[in-house]
Design a protein around this ligand. Structure first.
Ligand SMILES: Nc1nc2c(ncn2[C@@H]2O[C@H](COP(=O)(O)OP(=O)(O)OP(=O)(O)O)[C@@H](O)[C@H]2O)c(=O)[nH]1
Length: 472
């Protein structure tokens, strides 16, 4: 073969090789992949998101909300505190709960396991008995001189049958409810971001930032603290874009919400007795609703709950609580209208112990116009209950829509009972969620729960990060 022929053959071979390689590449590109591409994590934090569910713990065994002294072991193994100590909280700090005592894999009672009432028998409503009432002389020296009267028997009621309802899962509750919060709150965040995103601020703009925070009810002390910190950080860093402003604002606001506070609710039972929770607050703030919502969360979590209707000033309040109890198959202890609330509360705890329930939740009365009487009454309820079992959690319910007044109420209640947690209700209906900052700042008590609507499951745990995300 001649050299020319060899060259022609080599050229053809090269062309064929190039064509094969190009074909293979095109073929691969056009192939459809049936495997799922790795998902890129999207930041959906534009709202109030739940990272987890509600956080429940066991209260300190022995005495009530007393914080163990530094260095002293806490939790169930700790030696019991002397019972029934009259406590006046002078340090203004929350008495945070101890380690969770119930393992995550402990057997849970599901809603379907809840006993269905037999029609047409009404749900059991326990009236305080002569015997239990007689067990409980009122002894504290500063209590009203009158002995605790037994709550009188309720007249026979018409048979009522209420279907036990399905309860929304407690996991991810915040995630589902975040829209209810962000709708009203994010106007504040938007205006702050608008101001800060522009970079260097003049004095007028700083005043606007301050006004925005004040209007959102953060209060002057918290506002000053936040503005000072923002000014410092803005001077130290270069903030040019809205994203940078968002990052800084989030950091500063979350810090101001004190994320380090223990927000677990001490509502899990002790070995031999139920936990006791007092729900206190002015009337109309949402105490009864919150008590009912909380009972639902506990039942959904597999707990047995008993509700005590210690708001005996208004028969309708006890009816309302009874309806909540019936809806989740919980028992309720109530007294006749005007009965001694302390006596009803005592009987509720006694009955809870007798039945071996996990948690007793006591809804108290909240009349503001008889403030002194109310506060005496509340102190007495707590003292009398503590003759039977320590109070683990005192939840103060505050209505977020009333802003500054809520803070004044909080101070009054904090003087009488050791508030261990705050429930901020009606956050769905206000842009003044800034009261969260103030309450925590003034009382040193964490906001543990938030009410985000009138719906039975519109109660969620409070999380500083998620709250600020919703603002921004
Ligand atoms: N929008 C909204 N309304 C709520 C929330 N929590 C409670 N409410 C409503 O507030 C009203 C008062 O609630 P209650 O639970 O009766 O208040 P209370 O503090 O027990 O009042 P008294 O029984 O009079 O002492 C009711 O109409 C509730 O539906 C909430 O988170 N959001």
């Amino acid at each position: 073969m001649t050299t020319e022929l060899w060259i022609v053959v080599a050229a053809i071979a090269a062309i064929i090789l190039v064509a094969l390689v190009a074909g293979a590449v095109l073929y691969r590109r056009r192939q459809i992949s049936l495997t799922k591409p790795p998902e890129v994590e999207k930041d959906k934090s534009g709202g109030y998101q739940a990272k987890g569910g509600f956080s429940f713990t066991t209260g300190p065994s022995g005495s009530t909300a007393l914080k163990p002294p530094p260095g002293k072991p806490s939790g169930p193994a700790a030696p019991p505190e002397p019972p029934l100590i009259e406590r006046t909280d002078t340090e203004g700090q929350p008495h945070v709960g101890d380690d969770a005592a119930v393992p995550r894999d402990a057997p849970k009672r599901l809603i379907r396991d809840v006993e269905i009432p037999e029609a047409p028998t009404p749900r059991p409503v326990t009236e305080p008995t002569e015997k239990t009432a007689a067990e409980k002389p009122e002894t504290p020296s500063n209590a009203a001189p009158a002995p605790v009267e037994p709550a009188e028997a309720e007249p026979a009621e018409e048979a009522r049958v209420t279907e036990i309802e399905e309860i929304e899962p407690t996991e991810g509750r915040l995630d589902r409810l975040r829209g209810r919060l962000s709708r009203s709150q994010n106007a504040v965040g938007k205006s702050l971001l608008g101001l800060l995103g522009g970079g260097d601020l003049d004095e007028d703009s700083w005043e606007e930032v301050e006004d925005t925070l004040l209007i959102a009810d953060l209060g002057s002390a918290t506002t000053t603290k936040i503005v000072d910190r923002l000014r410092e950080e803005m001077a130290a860093r270069t903030i040019r874009t809205e994203a940078e402003a968002r990052g800084l604002l989030k950091e500063v606001l979350v810090d101001a919400l004190r994320p380090e506070l223990d927000r677990s609710i001490r509502i899990l039972p002790h070995g031999d007795r139920p936990s006791v929770t007092l729900v206190v607050g002015v009337n109309g703030t949402g105490k009864t609703t919150t008590t009912g919502k909380l009972a639902r969360v506990l039942v959904a979590d597999g707990r047995r709950v008993l509700l005590g209707a210690a708001d005996t000033f208004r028969a309708a309040a006890a009816d309302q609580l009874q309806t909540w109890a019936e809806r989740v198959g919980a028992e309720v202890v109530r007294g006749r209208e005007g009965a001694d609330p302390a006596s009803v509360a005592f009987d509720a705890v006694s009955r809870g112990i007798e039945l071996g329930v996990d948690s007793v939740l006591i809804d108290t009365a909240g009349r503001l116009h008889t403030k002194t009487g109310l506060m005496d009454e509340l102190g007495k309820v707590k003292r009398v209950v503590e003759k039977k079992a320590p109070v683990d959690e005192v939840l103060l319910v505050l209505d977020a829509t009333i802003g500054q007044n809520g803070l004044a109420q909080a101070r009054v209640f904090a003087d009488v009972v050791d508030i261990t947690g705050v429930v901020l209700t009606k956050l769905d209906g206000t842009a003044k969620g800034g009261i969260v900052f103030q309450v925590q700042h003034e009382l040193g008590v964490p906001v543990k729960l938030v009410g985000l609507g009138e719906g039975a499951d519109h109660l969620a745990p409070f999380e500083p990060n998620a709250f600020v995300d919703a603002l921004l």
